[in-house]
Write a protein that binds this ligand. Structure first.
Ligand SMILES: [Zn+2]
Length: 223
């Protein structure tokens, strides 16, 4: 299997959209398609690929489309108009996504921790990582690339002071799930907050305070 994997910078909030698939079968999915749907679909067509689904890390409008800070961000609704496909969202996030984007239940596949999806011969495992939002999820691609949404950033983690956020759940997601991934797993975050665009779990476990000293930080986050 030849993995198709691209990190695409999109919009005014440094979001990363990811394209993941199997070059041989020509199928791919998009993680958090938002901001420039036509550009994304053009890119996929140019690469000779076919988009068969969208995977959602969480329901915030900069990841799925909707209204945010007076901006109208295009996302899942526009994607479904241009390229009908299934939308894979964690079961705890599905209602938020419908509310923010206006898509309907029949467009959604509700996922849970451990759900697996084959895209051609590429395997994607869904890892439920509540904290930033109740239904935040990360995607483990072929067992060695983690697309982490707003759960884990390079040198940081997602905000836990927003409505629906939960610092304790974030702590458990980071320590019990993500910190257990092997050091060689490559990390691809949901935003380009620098200084680099990807790193490894080994590097993050050594240098990211939210993984390296999680318990001490949790006490600070609670205050
Ligand atoms: Zn977010």
């Amino acid at each position: 299997m030849a993995l198709y994997f691209h990190q695409v910078l999109a919009g005014q909030m440094q979001n990363f959209v990811y394209l993941v698939g199997d070059r041989e079968s020509g199928e791919c999915v998009a993680v958090d398609p938002a901001w420039d749907i036509d550009g994304l679909l053009a890119r996929i067509a140019q690469d000779g690929m076919r988009l068969t689904g969208a995977l959602v890390t969480h329901y915030h409008p900069d990841h799925v489309g909707g209204d945010l800070f007076g901006m109208r961000i295009e996302g899942l609704a526009r994607l479904l108009e241009k390229n009908p496909c299934r939308i894979y969202a964690n079961k705890h996030e599905a209602d938020g996504i419908k509310r923010v984007t206006g898509i309907s239940e029949s467009d959604l596949v509700r996922t849970e921790d451990g759900t697996r999806l084959e895209v051609g011969k590429a395997t994607i495992e869904f890892v439920h990582t509540p904290g930033h939002t109740p239904g935040s999820q990360c995607f483990l691609v072929e067992g060695d690339r983690l697309v982490s949404g707003d759960t884990l950033f390079i040198g940081g983690c997602g905000r836990v002071d927003l409505p629906g956020s939960d610092p304790e759940a974030m702590y458990r997601s980071l320590q019990d799930k993500l910190a257990k991934l092997a050091d060689h797993v490559r990390l691809f975050p949901g935003h380009d907050y620098g200084p680099v665009t990807e790193t490894t779990m080994g590097e993050e476990k050594r240098t990211n305070p939210y993984l390296a000293q999680g318990a001490a930080l949790l006490r600070r986050m609670r205050r």
